[in-house]
Design a protein around this ligand. Structure first.
Ligand SMILES: NC(=O)c1ccc[n+]([C@@H]2O[C@H](COP(=O)([O-])OP(=O)(O)OC[C@H]3O[C@@H](n4cnc5c(N)ncnc54)[C@H](O)[C@@H]3O)[C@@H](O)[C@H]2O)c1
Length: 471
């Protein structure tokens, strides 16, 4: 759906009106486009004491082909960057008084060695100097160690403090800048590329204020691995693929090389067929909640198996609980939660979902924060979060990951139907002051489905522009 306020304040006249009235001016976010370079510009690198991830970072930056500059805090960066063949120089802060332009696309800070609160000063020094130099739609990535891997409480506190810094940076930076924190478990250093790429890329335009953990599982890639087609040769099932977010997921997974099997209810067959035809996928008209569907789906996929399962289909039947019918309660829990459980059971039992596969579920910020009139929906979406957390350890033995995305306000037919005041509130109450696009959710799912994301499991990643709701 069209955000006419965003379009207006980004026109020459609208920008003048917004400035004179002091109105917020949401940025037109830089999103991924196949015809524009995904990575360009300069990344400024800073570090706390004894950084442990700079080497892995240098490897990724070299791979992305971007230039780096070293902040004074990142003493080790220059020799490392030289070793990895990166062009590097010293970071020179932009002087706003001199009117010079912001010129850095990303700020990356390695905080992995910080082990007491006094050392947090290094974050202050870096971001105090560097934040003004960050371009519109720029990226902030802070790298740390999971607090729970700390050897003492002071280290735990200092690593946990990174969440507060990063989330606040996301709220302060504005101008379409996203700030995220990646905790890399000891042993996970070799598995950071898919995640770092995502958070430095325009693909993560609407993901901010998130904390992601990378475990020790290591993907091994051949030197000629094609990062533009990471899902080449894979098969992906997407439920609710006829329209909205599901159609966007199908499109992005197909663009990354997957053969997509789109599932939707029989009454949506025409739309499903059209979507699948356009991306060369296969349409399967099935109601995910029907008792026979899990077996039918497993049988349809059985011969070739499947690598990625995306549980996207979902419905709302909103009413306050006093007015809600039992049928409305049951239908929503059954479609949004129980059907996913039955389908995964069938695909896992039959071995249809291959070892090393990926399950990605679509939750919602309603499942995190609750929402008026949505006891059924919020229960189902919170249940999805529990399912992800509960299943991840059991699936690890088969190297299958399971994660969820929790979208905030996404511009779809569903949100277009909301009353105007609620819709405007939903759109603006986030650090980006705008709604997300279905592609923002789809790109996040593609990162979780990536073969390189083997160390990312049991996680809930919000795609909400850092919504204030449930923050
Ligand atoms: N739009 C948002 O702002 C938003 C926010 C948070 C979460 N979500 C979630 O994202 C997912 C997609 O939402 P959307 O906005 O694209 O919704 P949508 O209504 O546009 O699309 C949902 C699709 O799922 C299909 N579907 C519904 N019941 C089904 C069933 N029993 N079997 C098979 N297919 C079924 C529908 O036919 C439809 O094609 C849902 O799980 C929704 O709860 C959306």
């Amino acid at each position: 759906m069209n955000d006419s306020y965003l379009n207006f304040v980004n026109s020459p006249l609208g920008a003048r009106v917004a400035r004179s009235l002091g109105l917020p001016k949401p940025e037109v976010l830089r999103r991924y486009r196949a015809d524009a370079p995904e990575f360009d510009g300069i990344a400024a690198v800073g570090a706390g004491p004894a950084p442990q991830l700079l080497d892995a970072l240098a490897g990724v930056i070299a791979h992305l082909g971007i230039t780096s500059v070293a902040h004074a805090s990142a003493g080790l960066w220059v020799p490392l960057a030289n070793r990895h063949g990166l062009m590097t120089g010293r970071f020179e802060p932009t002087d706003p008084a001199a009117g010079s332009q912001a010129r850095v696309k990303a700020l990356v800070f390695d905080a992995s060695g910080i082990d007491n609160s006094a050392q947090l000063d290094t974050l202050y020094a870096f971001f105090h100097d560097a934040l003004r130099s960050l371009d519109k739609s720029g990226r902030i990535v802070v790298l740390g160690r999971p607090p729970e891997s700390s050897t003492n409480p002071r280290q735990w506190a200092a690593q946990r403090a990174l969440e507060g810094v990063t989330r606040s940076l996301g709220k302060e930076a504005r101008r379409g800048i996203a700030a995220n924190l990646i905790y890399v478990a000891p042993g996970g250093e070799g598995g950071i590329e898919s995640t770092l790429r995502f958070f430095l890329s325009p693909r993560s335009a609407y993901v901010s204020g998130q904390v992601v953990r990378i475990g020790a599982a290591h993907p091994a890639f051949a030197a000629d691995f094609d990062w533009t087609q990471p899902l080449a040769g894979q098969r992906a099932v997407v439920t609710g693929a006829a329209r909205g977010i599901g159609a966007a997921i199908a499109n992005v997974l197909a663009a990354q090389g997957a053969h997509v099997i789109g599932v939707d209810i029989p009454s949506a067959t025409d739309a499903l067929d059209a979507t699948m035809r356009q991306l060369g996928g296969t349409a399967l008209a099935l109601d995910i909640a029907a008792p026979e569907t899990p077996a039918q789906l497993a049988a349809a996929l059985d011969e070739l198996g499947v690598d990625v399962v995306v549980h996207n289909a979902g419905v709302t039947k909103d009413k306050t609980i006093a007015k809600m019918t039992e049928a409305a309660w049951r239908t929503v829990i059954d479609i949004n939660l129980s059907a996913q459980e039955r389908i995964d059971d069938a695909l896992l039992e039959a071995g249809t979902l291959r070892d090393g596969g990926r399950i990605v579920c679509v939750s919602s910020i309603s499942g995190i924060a609750g929402n008026l009139g949505q006891t059924n929906y919020a229960a189902s979406k919170a249940g999805v979060i529990g399912r992800v957390q509960g299943m991840a350890p059991f699936l690890a033995a088969r190297r299958i990951t399971i994660n969820a995305v929790a979208p905030g306000f996404i511009e779809t037919q569903m949100t277009a139907k909301m009353p105007l005041a609620l819709r405007e509130a939903g759109r603006r109450m986030n650090s980006m002051s705008q709604g997300g696009q279905p592609a923002d959710v789809a790109q996040t799912i593609a990162w979780l489905a990536h073969p390189g994301s083997a160390g990312v499991t049991g996680q809930i990643v919000r795609v909400c522009g850092q919504s204030l709701i449930g923050a």
